[in-house]
Design a protein around this ligand. Structure first.
Ligand SMILES: [Zn+2]
Length: 441
């Protein structure tokens, strides 16, 4: 068996070595942004920051934050790329678009070495899942300007694995490939994994029995870090499922490891993480806050103190795998942008998924936030498994309503519909509908 680590020197670096490396890269990156990016030149001037004053990592909070809205506005005002770009356009080789639910997506550019950094750190994550050059890998993401497919493909190839490209194939063709070829590793969104499993079951295919899959990895959504969702995927595929959180504009920044201790490691030699509380102060180990990243490797669009809007919890324990990279408890715990308020109580859709998924008779669900008679109300629509007897649907609805009441602290109306009545998702799911703020889609 090859080494547990792809790059032991970095994955097990002492804190002193890692800090030295981070500081060197951070100073180079800030100097580069200040010199070559008009956007950052303006920003640093307004904030009265001299990049040379950055002497230790503790000086980082002197730099201003960067937000996604700011980047979007910059690209809208100076189409099509904005002026964050810190290299000549001739030096960039790739464009990626973020998946926007509203408005124009953000376009993100990479030089060849930026792109290498993105997929090479991703390859380190795949290695930590146990993927090796002897594996055959299917990255079942959409072919297009989104980073998911390309990064998965290039990362697997970087490890020397055999890659079966399925970006433009239908679910039917992908299922056929899984049955025909010795594919051992599958990457896709967690929603797509559940969809694929459902389609397979409908055709009488038992993915756990009829394929050679042993590892699946999931990105684009936090589902695989929710224990009940992960268990459902693992049961369907007969494989070990891993969560790989990432952001187009930062990196495929984290990974779970084969110790399966519930921790997410961060590629902190590529991206410097800060976890900040409501008052923008660093949290202590064991506490939660917003994740803020500074890129240490991307030259074309070198983002500084980028607010991810993701909530994470800084771990206060070591992972048994022996990696010294900073770690979070359980991946991305919430998205600040997904937060809903219901009768004064804060509700995150991820929490609802945590409460719904342990019920094995639920195939799909939808959450509707609405206003009735002037009061906020939450409706959970359930698409039951076809195996559930008609007479048991009422019981399922009642059990769910009780679990949600206890878990969320508010009453939720539950409607159990017909099997197959709710939409299915072949990329990122949109299970939440807020009728209070948006028109139904
Ligand atoms: Zn570990």
């Amino acid at each position: 068996m090859a080494s547990r680590y792809l790059e032991p020197r970095l994955e097990r670096a002492s804190r002193a070595v890692m800090t030295r490396l981070q500081l060197r890269r951070l100073r180079a990156q800030v100097a580069h942004a200040a010199r070559h990016s008009p956007f950052y030149r303006r920003k640093l001037r307004v904030a009265r920051v001299d990049p040379r004053a950055l002497r230790t990592l503790e000086d980082l909070p002197r730099l201003p934050f960067t937000t996604k809205d700011e980047l979007k506005e910059n690209q809208a005002r100076r189409p099509p790329w904005g002026d964050v770009l810190a290299v000549p356009l001739a030096d960039v080789v790739r464009v990626h678009l973020t998946s926007a639910t509203t408005g124009r997506p953000l376009a993100f550019l990479d030089t060849a070495s930026d792109w290498y950094g993105f997929y090479h750190s991703y390859a380190r994550s795949l290695h930590a899942f146990g993927v090796r050059r002897t594996d055959m890998v299917m990255a079942a993401f959409s072919y297009g300007p989104w980073i998911g497919y390309w990064s998965g493909f290039h990362a697997a190839q970087d490890l020397g694995a055999l890659v079966y490209p399925v970006g433009g194939l239908s679910t039917e063709q992908r299922l056929d490939a899984l049955l025909t070829y010795p594919i051992t590793v599958l990457g896709c969104t967690p929603s797509y994994a559940l969809f694929l499993a459902e389609q397979a079951a409908r055709k009488g295919i038992d993915l756990a029995r009829d394929t050679k899959l042993r590892v699946t990895w999931h990105t684009g959504e936090p589902g695989a870090s929710i224990p009940a969702t992960r268990a459902k995927i693992e049961a369907a595929f007969g494989a070990r499922a891993y969560d790989l959180p990432g952001l187009t504009e930062i990196a495929a920044w984290g990974f779970e490891c084969d110790a399966r201790a519930g921790l997410t490691h961060v590629h902190e030699d590529y991206v410097y993480p800060e976890v900040l509380d409501d008052e923008e102060r660093p949290v202590k180990p064991g506490e939660r806050g917003e994740l803020v990243f500074t890129s240490l490797y991307r030259r074309a669009m070198p983002l500084l103190r980028y607010r991810t809007r993701d909530v994470v919890q800084l771990a206060d324990r070591r992972c048994p795998c022996g990696r010294t990279l900073v770690a979070f408890e359980g991946g991305v715990l919430a998205r600040l942008d997904d937060m809903k308020k219901v009768r004064g109580i804060i509700v995150y859709p991820r929490r609802i998924e945590e409460l719904v998924r342990p019920h094995r008779d639920v195939d799909e669900f939808q959450i509707v936030f609405r206003r009735r008679d002037g009061l906020d109300d939450v409706l959970l629509r359930i698409d039951p498994s076809p195996a559930l007897a008609l007479a048991e649907r009422t019981g399922l609805g009642e059990t769910l309503a009780k679990d949600l009441h206890v878990g969320l602290g508010i009453r939720v109306s539950v409607e159990v519909g017909e099997p197959g009545s709710l939409p299915r998702w072949d990329h990122k799911a949109r299970r939440v509908l807020d009728e209070r703020t948006e028109v139904p889609f």
